[in-house]
Design a binder for this molecule. Structure first.
Ligand SMILES: [Zn+2]
Length: 140
């Protein structure tokens, strides 16, 4: 049973206070977007050769959850949506294909880099990627 005193109480706030995104988080988001653009600018699926830009995606070899290899070019392939999806469902085949493409030594290097535990500087990374894209546009 609740009485009038309960009814008169203010309802609880609908949402917890949103914490402001930090500069680092914003730099990480922007870096993700620029990195994807950089990878997709290869212009074709590295598996099947499809070229429709809207179909192209940035596929990570080693999971995106590791900061040190999240925007590392040796750790990403440009794949069409279909192949990306298929490889996501078949990680063993993806691994085998990727090693065939880049070689065992690149894989080891990327793997080692992904395991780094020191802090990753997203602000510096954003600057690096912006530089890479500018350089690429200048080359075309
Ligand atoms: Zn493809």
């Amino acid at each position: 049973m609740t009485g009038w005193w309960a009814m008169s109480r203010r309802p609880p706030k609908a949402k917890p206070k949103k914490t402001k995104r930090t500069e680092t988080q914003r730099a990480k988001d922007k870096s993700d977007a620029l990195f994807s653009k950089l990878i997709r600018s290869k212009g074709h699926c590295e598996k099947c050769g499809r070229m429709e830009y809207v179909q192209l995606q940035c596929a990570h070899w080693i999971s995106r959850r590791y900061a040190w290899t999240r925007t590392y070019e040796d750790n990403a392939f440009c794949l069409c949506a279909k192949d990306h999806h298929w490889f996501t469902d078949h990680p063993t085949e993806f691994g085998r294909w990727a090693v065939g493409m880049r070689g065992e030594s690149v894989y080891r290097e990327v793997l080692e880099r992904s395991q780094r535990r020191d802090k990753f500087d997203w602000l510096a990374e954003l600057e690096r990627l912006q530089g890479r894209l500018r350089q690429q546009e200048a080359d075309v």
